[in-house]
Design a protein around this ligand. Structure first.
Ligand SMILES: [Mn+2]
Length: 304
């Protein structure tokens, strides 16, 4: 594995250093290794850096944050933000490189309040979630991603099944599924819930918070929540730059309502993942602006 640094850093952030006191650290996984056909998801991190760097031009004081005209409030004011760069997987040493991802992310997580992971295809979320302190995963996706186990490593359609097998204590809350599939879903494991409404999502997170709360002795760790957004949960009219578009998805405001609720009821949220943003090299900037606004508002919601 090698680390690639980019001249354009996410939202004009600083270069990462281990001794920084960061609110947010951003890391990219620009790979489509888990897609069964080549996917433009490998382009996601570079496109997001290009668009967000333009929102924070040199000379602009990032301490002011941005004003969200839709929500009528300032967001990300005073944000201490670092961009670690991209983790580049060596195709000739893929298994070894994939297995190194959890340790690299753990080190980055220890240097910040919130780690933001930019995919890449959705199979990489499996590696981003291999952490003993992660207790609750909220996964927003048009697809279930719970197909049967196949080979040694998960692909983008079955990484949830691998997580259920390999992290049996991890609670998985799914939202937004709308796929047509060959048969009824496999019965979720004891620790997975398909949430049919925001209310169910919040109630489930509240119950898990009570379960995971430290005992009076302080003997147990509370652990943290990760939010994972496969961006095809949005409607393809709003977000066409995805690998597997499905009709009748969420609007951006609807998705933000889910993320706000998950962030509020899932505290502490220590990791946010965006996957399957798959822009063509020639695509316009509207799709990237949508993804950038989604990220900026989501980061604010997770830190609030
Ligand atoms: Mn999906």
């Amino acid at each position: 594995m090698r680390i690639k640094h980019s001249a354009r850093r996410f939202l004009g952030g600083e270069p990462w250093s281990a001794d920084g006191d960061w609110d947010v650290v951003v890391v990219g996984l620009p790979s489509d290794v888990g897609s069964r056909a080549p996917s433009l998801a490998r382009n996601g991190p570079a496109r997001l850096r290009r668009v967000t760097a333009a929102l924070a031009p040199a000379g602009r004081d990032r301490a002011d944050g941005w004003y969200d005209l839709a929500a009528r409030r300032s967001i990300l004011a005073g944000l201490r933000l670092a961009d670690f760069g991209d983790l580049i997987l060596d195709p000739l040493d893929l298994g070894s490189d994939l297995k190194q991802i959890p340790a690299v992310l753990r080190e980055l997580r220890q240097s910040c309040r919130l780690l933001v992971v930019l995919g890449g295809d959705d199979s990489l979320s499996y590696w981003s979630c291999r952490d003993a302190e992660l207790r609750r995963l909220v996964h927003l996706d048009a697809h279930e991603d719970a197909a049967a186990l196949t080979g040694e490593y998960p692909h983008h359609g079955n990484f949830i099944s691998y997580l259920e097998r390999d992290e049996p204590e991890l609670a998985i809350l799914q939202y937004g599924q709308r796929d047509l599939v060959p048969g009824p879903p496999r019965l979720p494991g004891r620790n997975r819930v398909a949430c049919a409404s925001i209310d169910v999502l919040c109630e489930t997170l509240d119950a898990l918070a009570a379960r995971d709360a430290p005992a009076a002795t302080g003997a147990r760790e509370v652990g943290y929540t990760a939010l994972s957004v496969d961006i095809d949960v949005l409607d393809p009219h709003i977000m066409p730059a995805v690998t597997n578009p499905l009709p009748d998805g969420l609007g951006l405001g609807e998705l933000m309502a889910v993320i706000e609720a998950a962030a509020a009821h899932g505290r502490p949220v220590r990791q946010f993942m965006l996957t399957e943003f798959a822009p063509a090299d020639t695509a316009g900037i509207a799709d990237a602006a949508t993804a950038a606004h989604l990220l900026m508002r989501s980061i604010d919601a997770c830190l609030r």
